[in-house]
Write a protein that binds this ligand. Structure first.
Ligand code: ADP
Ligand code: ASP
Ligand code: MG
Length: 452
């Protein structure tokens, strides 16, 4: 039984971090680890900026961005090999940077950047980080190998947000990747990237390496999927927003999925599903503090608290649909939701009142189109720049008084919407986006920082 070890961008940000990753992987060698890496920190953003600059005709700007990416990788290569990286590695990196430069020239010339080209560019971050790390690691463990994730991560062709083809992916992982794994060696591959049927490179969406890790883990049936990052697990809230947030020792799959869906960036929202299906625990750990605390996510949580954690997501838009005859009319809600379904827009939260229903949609939803479709049968008001703050806990449903406590904590805030999630483990409020961080802090103080 193998183990998947996924390291995020900050965990492979420079030579020192990569050495630490190598130490952790080395310790896990008896367990036949599959190592899934993100791009070196900030690389993906830089590649996006460079591509956009190139297509806007700002080739010099694009080149500067590309040079900073190249410098980061070359610095790390020198740091890892005491100033003298192997020639093949330098040549491999140089070749990838030359290709990138040619791509940017092409973009500047054509003035066109398709999602397909963007994916081919973005994927280079992971291809580079794994090339570099694998070269270094193989110097310590020659039996270890680099593997191109695109050989097995089969997706559809929705570039930028590709959906894995689960059955094919599983079969490919088992036939092409599994035989390479074994005790005493590590296989190093990329998160975030895949390929469609025609072989074109795709990406799973920003932050998608976590998802890759759990897809690999589920297909391989590993003992554990480890997400190594820059925090000691999933905290009671984003520690950047609540200074007194603490790591949670155990979370249920449902809680973790809910937190991720409602903005806890530490896990990509799709990470949990493959793990649930294969019933594989996911742990979240700090790369630089491997002996510190961490979170284990599995079937059931043993936590005793009603509220497990709080998350925040925004911006979202709120649509409030009003019709005086609304609730009297059979089929009104069905007709309303049809408007969203037809356009493939997912609705996050819903709250109904006597004559109105409010719902939230993502910031990139086609608002004008939605309003135009609803207006013939009901009034539709739109509030932009809102955010959702979600209080999550497996025991919310059987703990009375949580909504009252939440609303009391938010007494000085203008709460525009309150909604209990369909699975009853999520109590969400919607507020002005600018007020959301303070609201999250107030809720955190109420549920996690009081003396009781
Ligand atoms: P990586 O590059 O390793 O994938 P990310 O930046 O994607 O790391 O995710 C880690 C970050 O997630 C943390 O630094 C933290 O600021 C943020 N975060 C948001 N919500 C939470 C939470 N509930 N617990 C822990 N971290 C969180
Ligand atoms: N490198 C990709 C990103 O920055 C994927 C990831 O880090 O998970 O979005
Ligand atoms: Mg991440």
């Amino acid at each position: 039984m193998s183990v998947v070890m996924k390291f995020g961008g900050s965990s492979v940000a420079d030579a020192d971090c990569m050495r630490q990753v190598a130490t952790l992987v080395e310790r896990a060698l008896p367990e036949a680890p599959l190592v899934v890496l993100s791009a070196m920190g900030k690389t993906t953003d830089a590649l996006f900026r460079a591509a956009r600059a190139a297509v806007a005709g700002q080739l010099e700007l694009a080149r500067r961005e590309a040079q900073s990416v190249a410098a980061r990788h070359l610095d790390a290569a020198r740091g890892l090999f005491d100033g003298q990286p192997p020639e093949e590695l330098e040549a491999a990196l140089a070749q990838r940077f030359d290709e990138l430069d040619r791509i940017f020239q092409g973009l500047a010339l054509l003035g066109e950047l398709s999602p397909r080209s963007m994916d081919a560019i973005a994927a280079r971050g992971e291809l580079l980080s794994t090339t570099l790390f694998a070269a270094y690691f193989r110097a310590r463990s020659p039996a270890s190998a680099w593997f191109d994730a695109r050989e097995v991560v089969r997706t559809d062709s929705s570039h930028g947000a590709a959906q894995p083809r689960a059955e094919l992916l599983r079969a490919l992982v088992r036939s092409k990747l599994a035989p390479l794994l074994g005790p005493g060696r590590a296989v190093v591959t990329q998160g975030y990237i895949g390929a469609d049927e025609s072989g074109a490179t795709t990406t799973l969406g920003r932050g998608g390496s976590d998802w890759s890790a759990s897809l690999f883990g589920a297909a391989l049936g590993v003992r554990e999927v480890q997400i190594w990052t820059d925090v000691e697990g999933v905290y009671t809230a984003d520690p950047r927003l609540a200074a007194r947030a603490e790591p949670i020792a155990e979370l249920s799959f449902a809680e973790a999925a809910e937190l991720a869906a409602f903005g806890a960036k530490v896990l990509h929202p799709a990470t949990i599903q493959p793990a649930v299906e294969a019933d594989i625990p996911v742990t979240v750990r700090h790369t630089l503090r491997p002996a510190g605390r961490f979170t284990t996510i599995r079937g059931a949580s043993r936590g005793a608290r009603a509220v497990t954690a709080i998350a925040m997501r925004g911006p979202v838009h709120v649509l409030t649909v009003t019709s005086s005859r609304m609730l009297a009319q059979a089929g009104f809600l069905a007709r309303l939701f049809e408007v969203f379904r037809e356009r493939g827009v997912s609705v996050d939260l819903v709250a109904t009142a006597e004559v109105s229903v409010s719902l939230t949609v993502e910031a990139d939803a086609p608002l004008d189109e939605l309003v135009a479709a609803i207006t013939p049968f009901a009034r539709c008001d739109v509030a932009r720049e809102r955010a959702i703050v979600a209080v999550v806990g497996e025991r919310l449903r059987d703990t009375p008084g949580v909504s009252a406590a939440a609303l009391t904590a938010l007494a000085s805030f203008h709460v525009e919407m309150l909604s209990m999630g369909a699975n009853e483990i999520n109590l969400s409020v919607v507020l002005e986006r600018s007020a959301a961080p303070a609201a999250l802090a107030a809720l955190h103080a109420r549920f996690f920082e009081s003396a009781s």
